[in-house]
Design a protein around this ligand. Structure first.
Ligand code: NAD
Ligand code: MG
Length: 386
């Protein structure tokens, strides 16, 4: 029996790594649906090559182009939010959620409400709607499998363990490209310098998040929801080699860690085959070449995003949504050359100080709060740019 797969965000970094693994194991997997934001050509090419039955472009204005490109095939072309939800809730057994940002929330929820196994790369969806998503997963019998390398590492370390005997989780962070930079040096870094990650090749947004360390802040919140531990029992340790992907400490003092190469195809393969394992052609970790593992304390003064994320997790209410939305807006502004690198965290901090609403009761409320926080951040960035 092959496992039917839908990939939300198939044209991105995680999407392409997923396709790479799936196409190398045609006896195990079958692609049923692929989605993309706007890259019609790549989407159509992937859909034709993999035999997908549904191809969805998020931007509705591009539907005529996708239809034209897929005419004469039996691939159904569709566009817009309802079609994204259809790709997520349709015939797939496993949905790879690899859209970047809160834009992925509605399709992820559609998959959860359809009781799917959801391979979750799209951490922003869980950060903004964690409690609602977990509740829906329980009600609809959906399974969430963490793709993020740290959370996948913890998930692997917890297999077969007594969850009540977990003392703490330790998330490792590479420290990003500015791990050794001073605050003065970081004031003038360019987008190209910020996206040049030392160990991982990723999409632009998460690369900037790694440079500010907001990525680890989002992962702290993600870990809180996935593993049910309070923030004070989730530690962050800088580990520049990105070999130990995270650790679990148990009540007896034992620590379990997961190690592997810095290649997202390893955690992706783990969730695709789970609860079994599949072979990959990924280059192996060479322990002798790596030789050493270093660990350092994170510096919340140079990387204020870490402090802000912890603050948002503790504050709860609308704070994680505001943190995420302001960060998405500020990262886009930084990538567009409109603001400086330190303005990203400064914008997030001002947005958190400005907006405080009760916790949302529905996904519609999450999306409304996200929009409101984007408006707040947009105004702050307009002031900075003026
Ligand atoms: P990416 O930018 O390379 O790809 C994003 C994908 O989402 C693309 O297919 C794009 O077309 C689609 N998309 C973007 N905006 C959209 C919108 N508004 N509506 C619908 N689709 C849209 O990003 P990525 O690096 O692959 O990251 C994807 C997610 O996985 C992010 O949440 C990221 O934090 C997480 N993640 C990525 C990595 C990595 O190594 N790249 C590692 C861990 C977690
Ligand atoms: Mg990660």
């Amino acid at each position: 029996m092959t496992r039917k797969i839908a990939i939300l965000g198939a044209t991105g970094s995680i999407g392409r790594s997923t396709l790479d693994l799936i196409e190398a194991a045609p006896d195990r997997f079958e692609i049923v649906a692929l989605t993309a934001a706007s890259n019609v050509e790549q989407l159509a090419e992937d859909a034709e090559r993999t035999g997908a039955r549904l191809a969805v472009v998020a931007d509705e204005a591009l539907l005529p182009q996708l239809r034209e490109r897929l005419s004469g095939t039996n691939i159904h072309a569709a566009a817009g939010p309802a079609a994204l939800a259809e790709a997520a809730a349709g015939e797939a057994d496993l949905v790879m959620a690899a859209i970047v940002g809160c834009a992925g929330l509605a399709p992820v929820m559609a998959a959860v409400q359809a009781g799917k196994t959801v391979a979750l790369a799209n951490k922003e969806a869980l950060v903004t709607a964690g409690a609602l998503m977990l509740d829906a997963a329980t009600r609809h019998g959906a399974t969430l499998l963490p793709v993020d390398s740290e959370h996948n590492a913890i998930f692997q370390c917890l297999a077969g363990q007594d969850a009540h005997r977990v003392a703490r989780l330790i998330l490792t962070a590479s420290g990003g490209p500015f791990r050794c930079s001073t605050a003065e040096e970081m004031a003038n870094v360019t987008p190209a310098e910020a996206v040049a990650h030392p160990n991982w090749s990723m999409g632009a947004k998460i690369s900037v998040d790694s440079a500010t360390m907001m990525n680890k802040g989002l992962e702290l919140i993600e870990a809180h929801y996935l593993f049910g531990l309070p923030g004070e029992r989730i530690n962050i340790v800088v580990h520049p080699q990105s070999i130990v992907h995270s650790l679990v400490e148990f009540a007896d003092g034992s620590m379990l860690a997961q190690l592997g190469p810095s290649d997202m195809r390893v955690p992706i393969a783990h969730v695709l085959a789970w609860p079994e394992r599949m072979a990959t052609h990924v280059e192996r970790l060479d322990l002798l070449a790596a030789a050493r593992l270093d660990f350092e304390a994170p510096d919340e003064l140079r990387f204020p995003a870490l402090r802000l994320a912890r603050q948002a997790l503790d504050a709860a209410r609308s704070a994680p949504i505001v943190l995420n939305a302001a960060n998405e807006v500020a990262v886009a502004a930084f990538l567009a050359g409109a603001i400086h690198f330190p303005d990203i965290a400064a914008t997030v901090e001002r947005a958190l100080d400005t907006m405080d609403e009760p916790a949302p009761n529905s996904i519609e409320e999450v999306i409304a709060l996200d929009l409101q926080a984007r408006g707040v951040a947009d105004r702050m960035i307009a002031e900075l740019a003026a």
